[in-house]
Design a protein around this ligand. Sequence first.
Ligand code: LLP
Length: 408
Amino acid sequence: MLNKKLYRYFSQTETPFYYYDMELFNESLTKLKQAAERYHYSIHYAIKANANDRILETVKKYGFGADCVSGNEVKKAIEIGIEPEKIVFAGVGKSDAEITYAIGQNIFSFNCESMEEIEVINEWGEKMQKVVSVSLRLNPDIDAVTHKYLTTGLPENKFGIPLLLLDKVIQRVNSLPNIKLIGLHFHIGSQIRELAPYIELCQKVNSIQDIIFDKHGIELEHINLGGGLGINYENPDDELIPDYAGFFETIHKHLKLRKKQTVHFELGRSVVGQSGSLISRVLYIKKGLKKEFMILDAGMTDLIRPALYGAQHKIQNISRPEAQIKNYKYDVVGPVCESSDSFDDNVMLPMTKRGDLVAIRSTGAYGEIMVSQYTLRDKPKAIYSDELKNEKGEPLLVKKTTLQKDII
Ligand code: LLP
């Protein structure tokens, strides 16, 4: 049952908007911190998942670092106050401007995806009189068992250095005076719901360390296993906080470290995904010949994941919490003039009317950050649970009454 005060607030607010449950977000960060500290693992929050100031400021409070994939993400992390020595920077196509900016900031590690890129970084290092810390992002040839657009560790993907080239790359890197090789980096994909690909990854890392690095006598300071831990989109309330403890325990069990090596992760979706919902109003229930369309005021410009990946998010009619029977079938669509502007087909919901409010769940990650203004649509606003006030200016929500936990 949705908290009444919150529902009243929603019904007086212009839609669509993203609603962030900050209590849940803080809980997720607390659990992550506790689980990581057990093994002294370092966390770099993947800024690409959600770069709102409030979200980043909260992440920073927990002492996490940042994983960036563009120069502007590095800038953002620094503006928010994340220490440069906790910032990693990946990406297959870093521009010269991005490289020089990040070198100037003395970030922890450039996660490099090709020898060509390392050569350019070395040239800039020489010009700027710096020795740049670099990790090799390797493509480990592991199937992450996820959507084909979300897999990154297969030979056909553009990411990382192929293992077959590693020997050659190491020899060349060792000869470059302005590069310091400090670690290995992997990121095999996103929305990974099984632990098996991570176990395979640990095994690959172990053999890479045995075969290649021991041979070259190179000591690496760290191993970065990237992000990718998935979330429960089908039934978010069953798993509002991912099982970080189980995830790290599995890694700890399978990863063989050398002395003094640290382990790093770049989690995005699992950290913030369940804390956000896109709230939208029903504009029309349109009767088609074969279908009934629920036309929302939110569309693919506000949340592109369904159109881009066929992703399914749980859709709930929060105006009819009393209706237990969901015996109406709707195709839930947006107002944009594209056939792919659809959130889901054949969704079973209670009988819905114009003006009802709908929550599209689990949209905290890769939701707002991927908003576009196609067809000149307005950007949705962001609303944070802990900033809401009643008419007297008092906090609207007392603890434990926020959307994710109370919604039916
Ligand atoms: N590290 C690197 C190098 C990455 O490329 C990514 C995500 C992450 C970490 C964080 O992965 P996460 O823990 O969030 O799975 N827009 C897509 C997701 C793209 C992920 C891109 N890289 C979606 O909406 O599902």
